[in-house]
Write a protein that binds this ligand. Structure first.
Ligand SMILES: Cc1cc2nc3c(=O)[nH]c(=O)nc-3n(C[C@H](O)[C@H](O)[C@H](O)COP(=O)(O)O)c2cc1C
Length: 391
């Protein structure tokens, strides 16, 4: 085997490098970018990297467990796959493959509204219930339809994303003319033609556009009108009344995503959220916002006893997961790490990503003297790390 052999992939960075080689440029760029100057994108991972662990000894760490629960579901580690648009362009049938890898590993998968594979596609190829992420659009009958499709597919949670009333500007997407399927410009053809593996696999599937939407909404049959439709449809008037409405029509677990402010967190709880996700959308929305890990302790202090707090944005390793848990998150989501795995090697790449994170968590727990993830608290961090993120 060449140097890209499975065993040679030892960290998420290896998956990123491989994905960069294998995924057409416009789709790789779509993942590896943040809004505008990318200051917040970088701050998410930099601030996590600046937190220090406390090395402990003599605590008998022979048995260690990461078993836990998220939204009442048993998980092998408190990590779920974040909703990400266009995963089916990182790798053909990407959402189905990622959902299968998550199911095999024993963790939740979240399907984005803006996925390539549809709710029904994923339901057909999995048996563990998945979570469905919703964006609020003006067409309320389409919203009701999507929610009832999620119910029909036995999705076990609805995750409403609140931080995208307008889309943050990512320069590369504009320059690359991002669309699904890609437009046949000379640049796109050139960047795709040098990735024959991706092309061949893409020819083998019929799933090439936004299948939650195309064919389900009158007048949306191609991506040109789709792009226009999203632009017109994302509802900038979104307010707490809409959240109340969604709470009324969805009686399952409701997760509100994109909470960075303790007052918003309080509102989220008042409006019936079972859980919330402290997230700045991976630095893709408000550039110049503080890192998500800096926001976490304040939100935990405000509502940690009333709702389950999940965390995302910036996680690149199992160590980062532990830092978020130590600062009060019950669980974490990962976006780019699994997308790199997917782009690199499909289902096997997502599985590899999860193994890497699990192992990094396991070894770090041992070296911090922690046996059971459910007992994690700030005590595994040095006080320097604690004061940086004082609540
Ligand atoms: C390529 C990409 C597409 C995304 N699409 C969505 C989406 O459709 N819906 C959503 O709620 N969040 C979306 N997100 C945000 C993720 O759910 C998550 O908040 C973010 O990726 C976490 O940061 P991380 O990538 O550093 O783990 C997307 C993120 C990426 C990287």
């Amino acid at each position: 085997m060449n140097r890209l052999h499975h065993g040679n992939i030892t960290c998420i960075e290896d998956l990123r490098k491989l994905a960069k080689k294998r995924v057409p440029k416009m789709f790789y760029d779509y993942v590896d970018s943040g809004a505008w100057t990318e200051t917040t994108y970088r701050a998410n991972s930099d601030d996590l990297a600046n937190i220090r662990f406390k090395q402990r000894i003599g605590r008998n760490v022979e048995t260690r467990t990461q078993r836990s629960s998220l939204l009442g579901e048993e998980v092998t580690m408190p990590v779920g796959l974040a909703p990400t648009g266009l995963a089916g362009m990182q790798y053909p049938d990407g959402e189905i493959l990622a959902a299968r890898a998550a199911e095999r590993f024993g963790i939740p998968f979240t399907l984005s509204t803006m996925s390539v594979c549809s709710i029904e596609d994923v339901a057909e190829h999995t048996s563990r219930p998945f979570w469905f992420q919703l964006y609020l659009m003006k067409d309320r009958s389409f919203m009701e339809q999507l929610i009832s499709r999620a119910r029909q597919a036995k999705c076990s949670a609805l995750m409403l994303t609140l931080d995208l009333p307008v889309q943050g500007q990512r320069h590369k997407d504009i320059k690359n003319g991002l669309s699904a399927p890609p437009k046949p410009t000379i640049q796109n053809i050139a960047s795709i033609a040098i990735r024959p593996r991706w092309c061949l696999n893409m020819l083998r599937t019929k799933r090439h556009s936004f299948r939650n939407i195309v064919g389900h909404v009158a007048g949306v049959s191609d991506t040109t009108s789709m792009a226009r439709w999203v632009d017109e449809q994302f509802d900038q008037r979104m307010s707490w009344d809409d959240i109340k409405w969604i709470r009324q029509i969805w009686d399952g677990k409701l997760v509100l995503k994109g909470i960075m402010d303790p007052d918003d967190a309080q509102m989220a709880v008042e409006y019936g959220a079972d859980a919330l996700v402290v997230s700045n959308h991976g630095g893709r929305q408000l550039d110049g916002a503080i890192s998500s890990i800096a926001a976490l302790p304040r939100v935990v202090r405000a509502v940690g006893k009333q709702a389950e707090i999940l965390f995302d944005s910036g996680i690149q390793s199992g160590q980062d997961v532990l830092k978020a848990l130590a600062l009060g998150a019950k669980g974490t989501l990962i976006g780019r790490p699994f997308l790199y795995g997917l782009g690199a090697m499909g289902e096997a790449g997502v599985a590899r990503c999860l193994e890497i994170i699990h192992k990094e968590m396991d070894l770090t727990m041992a070296l911090c003297g922690l046996n059971d993830i459910q007992n994690i608290d700030r005590d595994i961090l040095e006080s320097q790390g604690r004061s940086m993120f004082a609540s």
